[in-house]
Design a protein around this ligand. Structure first.
Ligand code: ADP
Ligand code: MG
Length: 696
């Protein structure tokens, strides 16, 4: 099925095909990201208004919506232009006023004739001790009063869209909602007490009481589950496809690994050993490894990766490790080459900077198998890069590496196992959503002897003290990073603030002591600055956030973050993780500009109070929300309209195991339930997944 099933056509037609929805409304609905009837159906009410009739406004919770039958009294036109037009009305117990601005008097006299009985509904508030209803939502004759719903759903709105327009458009879209075959596992559905899809959308749009709006309501929960299931099916398809690709088991001899271990001045942590055995077991299988290695900064992922690469080499093949930046690729080269050499393994680097004859020679050596481990940037995956026998691809530090990119990597045609490393701890809910196609190893233990980093919050006003402190530390032989504020609007501003800080620090600390590195420098310039710092030629490195990921200088013990409140939690955690890598005590000074916003204060307090990356990521998720946390566009994480990733983690876990089971039982989705699941994928616009089944 490589085209949309017919049963869904009405839901994917243009919005203008809905009765009562004109071109202007179509345009305005764009503000709610509503482009098709389908989107209307998945835009659920966010609250509701109780419009059950009361006898009197007396005793009602004010301000609040009241529906009451009244006798219409006197009309009072405003004394001056622009004043309020008032109509006195009387219910069973008390009198109050209906208030209109810019009133059309003849019209009001017509709908509210003095002496008549009317049912009015609207928000009542107290004004000068007098109850008044400004612009009633409904004014009806008592015999028409049934037209007022007892409980009225309230939809999210956007410019140019009123509640009435939304209800009308949703109602029109709902007439298009077909009955669909069930894609949920029957046992799961029965156990949760969920309705079918059609009944669920119907109920979700017709709440009867406030509790019907709860995410735990069976109708809403089912629709949330549908979103999770569609997403997890996509991930399961990607996983299945990747695993299918490989035809060969890679089993190491252990010989090279033993030599490297011997060259190391320390032994592996328990977590490292565990991760390596999980990886080795995956590689030994015929199916393709697709594993995520998750570990906080400094947890020792690089060594795990090296061991995995050595397994590939021991089996007679090659391994490649891709880093996101040139600097990090070179750092891997410098860190890993001596270890590789201790085992007689040839390790080379390939980046965009290799050109001409040098590049040609490297490519030739790679194709012949003379280079056994290649590290580099994206350049390692360019078309003309051919391996003699690539067995393992490691992708380092890539939280920007989404499902889509992982699929690309798989499509390279290479039969290689894939290991993705991320230094950004993520809460379980997100791990499930973002990496549900992968198996996960976690390094939850830091190498011994790590000293905690002392974190202090310092007002920017105390800049002079900080510089003094720095001067003393430099004298004592320490090194420091100085991270400049993040100014979102423009890189040029970032740059000028970094250059300004560089000049000032150089003036007060001395020429030659301070280096500068920023994103707009040439690759050579960056490298030179980094190398000078690594070699201890400069003592302070002023930087924009290019040092964020992975850079390792053990002698650096001070991290100054200027305007720390402008950074996100994940970034602050990454930055702080750059120090505390050696024997000496380390400090992180988070300088802030007072007054702090509430969220700024919460972020900095979190950083001061914990260094546990997982805890920090939980707070981050709580504060920012899921899509925001990982960047929806980059992660391939769909925007859930109904589901709430944070609140419904358990549901996501169920969806994952259900999706994997369905894929296992029915890999091409041909059973009746499998076919229904295809419809779900179309309904949820999982184009990637659909492409996967049509190819596979
Ligand atoms: P990550 O990439 O996870 O942030 P690294 O792999 O860069 O961490 O390791 C951080 C530092 O810890 C490196 O200097 C590394 O040599 C060291 N290291 C790694 N494993 C161990 C270990 N088992 N015992 C002691 N030090 C270790
Ligand atoms: Mg690392």
């Amino acid at each position: 099925m490589s085209s949309r099933p017919e049963i869904l056509f009405p839901l994917f037609a243009g919005l203008d095909t809905l009765p009562g929805v004109g071109p202007k409304t179509v345009k305005n609905l764009d503000g709610l990201e509503i482009e098709r009837p389908r989107d209307l159906i998945f835009t659920l009410p966010i609250s509701g208004v109780d419009r059950r009739k009361r006898k009197t406004v007396q005793g009602a919770d004010l301000p609040g919506v009241v529906t009451v039958e009244v006798t219409v009294g006197q009309h009072r036109a405003p004394a001056r232009r622009g004043g309020a037009y008032r109509v006195v009305v009387e219910d069973e117990a008390t009198a109050f006023q209906l208030v209109f601005f810019h009133a059309n008097e003849p019209y009001l006299r017509q709908i509210l004739p003095t002496g008549a009985r009317r049912v009015v509904s609207g928000k009542v508030e107290l004004f000068d001790g007098m109850a008044q209803m400004v612009h009633p939502d409904h004014v009806l004759e008592p015999r028409e009063a049934d037209e007022i719903p007892e409980f009225e759903p309230v939809y999210p709105l956007t410019a140019g869209i009123t509640q009435k327009m939304m209800s009308k458009a949703v109602a029109a879209a709902m007439t298009r909602a077909p009955e669909l075959a069930e894609w949920i596992d029957p046992a799961q559905k029965a156990q949760a007490g969920w309705p079918g899809w059609h009944a669920a959308v119907k109920a979700a749009h017709n709440p009867q009481i406030l509790a019907d709006l709860s995410p735990a309501h069976p109708a809403r929960e089912r629709l949330a589950y549908d979103e999770f299931l569609a997403h997890q099916l996509t991930l399961a398809l990607a996983r299945a496809r990747l695993r299918r690709g490989k035809g060969r088991a890679t089993v190491g001899t252990g010989a090279l690994q033993a030599m490297v271990l011997q060259a190391l001045p320390y032994s592996l942590t328990g977590a490292q050993t565990r991760a390596i055995s999980e990886i080795a077991a995956d590689m030994a299988q015929e199916s393709r490894m697709n594993r995520l290695l998750q570990g906080d900064v400094g947890s020792g992922k690089t060594l795990v990766a090296l061991k995995a690469l050595l397994i590939a080499v021991e089996a007679g093949g090659q391994g490649v490790m891709m880093a996101p930046t040139e600097i990090l690729a070179r750092q891997h080269l410098e860190g890993l080459r001596p270890l590789a050499e201790s085992a007689g393994v040839v390790l080379e680097i390939l980046t965009g900077r290799d050109k001409g004859a040098v590049r040609k020679a490297k490519l030739a050596a790679l194709a012949k198998g003379d280079i056994q481990i290649l590290v580099g940037t994206h350049a390692v995956f360019q078309k003309d890069v051919e391996f003699a026998d690539l067995r393992l691809a490691v992708v380092d530090e890539q939280h920007r590496f989404g499902v889509r990119q992982r699929l690309e990597l798989g499509r390279k045609g290479a039969l290689a196992d894939v290991l993705v490393m991320t230094a950004t701890p993520i809460p379980r809910s997100l791990a499930l959503a973002q990496y549900g196609d992968m198996d996960v190893s976690v390094l939850d233990e830091k190498p011994p002897g790590r000293k905690p980093i002392k974190t202090a919050l310092v007002n920017m006003a105390r800049m002079d003290e900080v510089v003094d402190h720095l001067r003393k530390a430099i004298k004592a032989g320490h090194q420091a990073y100085w991270v400049c504020p993040l100014v979102e609007e423009s890189e040029a501003v970032d740059l000028s603030s970094a250059e300004e800080r560089f000049r000032r620090l150089r003036a007060s600390l001395g020429e030659g002591v301070v280096g500068l590195v920023h994103g707009q420098m040439s690759a050579e310039g960056k490298d030179a600055a980094m190398r000078a710092f690594q070699a201890g030629e400069t003592s302070v490195l002023v930087a924009t956030t290019v040092i964020e990921v992975g850079v390792d200088v053990t002698n650096a013990t001070i991290m100054v973050i200027e305007r720390a409140e402008s950074f996100g939690l994940a970034q602050l955690h990454q930055l702080r993780g750059r120090v505390g890598r050696g024997e000496a005590d380390s400090t992180c000074l988070m300088m802030y500009q007072a007054p702090l916003s509430q969220s700024g204060e919460q972020r900095l307090a979190t950083m001061r109070d914990t260094d546990d990356g997982f805890k920090i990521s939980e707070v981050d998720l709580e504060m920012r929300g899921a899509g925001d946390l990982i960047g929806t566009a980059q992660s391939g994480l769909p925007k859930f309209r109904v589901a709430d990733l944070e609140a419904q983690t358990a549901l996501m876990a169920v969806a994952q195991s259900d999706a994997r089971k369905l894929m296992h039982d029915d890999p091409v989705l041909q059973s009746p339930r499998g076919k229904a699941a295809r419809v779900l994928l179309w309904l949820m616009q999982q184009d990637q997944a659909i492409r996967l089944i049509s190819v596979g």
